[in-house]
Design a protein around this ligand. Structure first.
Ligand code: NIG
Ligand code: FE
Length: 426
């Protein structure tokens, strides 16, 4: 890593306000770092000796220092001299970061050879996190979940998706979504909430999965009415819900004009990717077992493939997602942590990028694009994920020489600073 720091070289005052620059003054300007803009379809879009200026939370200038229209101190109220690299803020587009308790005991069971599916079928797995989450008060749930979101933020995340799905009744799903929103307020990051009522069958509905789906479809408009739902997800799998049940959840979602996404084809090919594509879904996630037909459907619908190498790693999976088919058909690939207590207790999106490179053979550039530009797309957000004038001033400043280092280092603490909408977070 480069031994770099940042120095504030000028803070404008009223007295040096006289300027040849006629435009409004920017709030901030960072000079000298390499900008990893990701503005084109391929390549890092690197600008060496770059300048990044923002005002009112929006990027005003992205280019070489030599291209600045006036002297830095004339352009911005605060000018920061920097080295290293600046990327778009990282976007973790798939997490279950709000939950109570942990499942370290199941981790030990799995290491003794019991499979994730066996644990789930014997009353453990997701349902055991449901028990703990239901028992926790809203405050306890917030206190337990906040450090995970903070760890993600402190490693460069500026936008974080958080799912419900460990409440599985109206009040507890609502509690989870409220905690997710509060985390965003507390940490200054953008939190996008996803209702995942169809995550698992709660014990009180044993043998009555269709009736449970009726309830999920009834809760959804109420939760949406409280402003708690940005998107809807389901777990379509042998140990989750069937295609037909998932379809019903999606129809209820479509009726509200909300977007869908899906835990699809994680443990088996259940044709989930094709279903979510049929609904014009934002993303199909996991997708280890997705067929060529599923990939084609995703390409046609513009559905993003969200790769979750943390779950692949922790479950010691061996079947890779159809990466070449995604590339051939032009399906954008995102990378996320899937931060959850069962299959992916992963609290670093940088580490997810590294796992994506090692296990899935993504290039470091694909991994970075997957954790920024394509992740924004997987959340339906077009105002972030690249460094371009007019986009949100969400960016991360790293103590690295080249962008490939983001998928290279395992651990460490390379983040120097991060900004959300021009406000400094870290
Ligand atoms: O993304 N597959 C379903 N949902 C999570 C696991 C949640 C859990 O085991 O608690 C996942 O892997
Ligand atoms: Fe997940």
């Amino acid at each position: 890593m480069a031994e770099v720091a940042e120095t504030v070289v000028a803070v404008a005052t009223e007295s040096n306000e006289a300027t040849r620059w006629d435009g409004p003054r920017w709030d901030g300007l960072i000079l000298g770092a390499n900008l990893v803009t990701l503005t084109d379809d391929s390549g890092y879009g690197l600008i060496e000796q770059g300048a990044l200026g923002w005002r009112d939370g929006v990027l005003q200038f992205v280019g070489p220092v030599s291209g600045l229209p006036a002297l830095p101190e004339q352009l911005a109220r605060q000018v920061i001299q920097a080295k290293g690299c600046i990327t778009p803020g990282l976007i973790d587009c798939h997490t279950h970061a709000v939950f109570a308790g942990d499942r370290a005991g199941e981790f030990e069971q799995r290491l003794r050879g019991v499979s994730y599916e066996e644990i789930a079928r014997s009353g453990g797995g997701i349902v055991s996190s449901v028990r703990a989450t239901r028992e926790a008060s809203e405050e306890e749930l917030f206190v337990q979940s906040l450090p995970r979101a903070r760890a993600l933020r402190d490693d460069g995340v500026t936008t974080l998706e958080i799912k419900s799905g460990y409440g599985l009744d109206f009040d507890n799903e609502r509690k989870m979504l409220r905690v997710a929103r509060r985390i965003g307020d507390e940490l200054g990051i953008s939190v996008r909430t996803t209702f995942l009522g169809a995550h698992a069958l709660p014990p009180e509905f044993a043998g009555r999965a269709d009736a449970y789906i009726d309830s999920v479809c009834e809760w959804l408009p109420r939760l949406h009415g409280e402003g708690l739902v940005d998107a809807v997800d389901a777990f379509c799998e042998r140990i989750g819900f069937t295609l037909e049940q998932t379809r019903r959840v999606f129809e209820a979602t479509r009726a509200l004009g909300l977007p869908v996404k899906l835990h699809a084809d994680q443990l088996s090919d259940g044709e989930g990717a094709a279903l979510v594509a049929e609904f014009g879904g934002l993303s199909a996630d996991h997708v280890e077992h997705t067929s060529e037909a599923g990939v084609r459907a995703m390409a046609q619908a513009g559905t993003v493939a969200v790769l979750l190498p943390g779950a692949f790693h922790c479950l010691r999976e061996t079947v890779l997602p159809p990466l070449d088919a995604f590339r051939q058909h032009g399906v954008p690939m995102a990378v996320a942590t899937d931060c959850n207590p069962g299959t992916s207790p992963l609290q670093s999106l940088r580490l997810a990028m590294s796992l994506a490179c090692t296990h899935f053979r993504l290039t470091p550039e694909e991994a970075l694009r997957g954790a920024t530009h394509n992740a924004a797309r997987a959340l339906g957000l077009s105002d972030r994920g690249a460094l371009r004038v007019g986009m949100r001033a969400d960016f991360a400043h790293w103590n690295i020489r080249q962008p490939a280092e983001l998928g290279y280092w395992l651990g460490g603490d390379p983040l120097l600073a991060s900004y959300s909408s021009g406000e400094r977070l870290v």
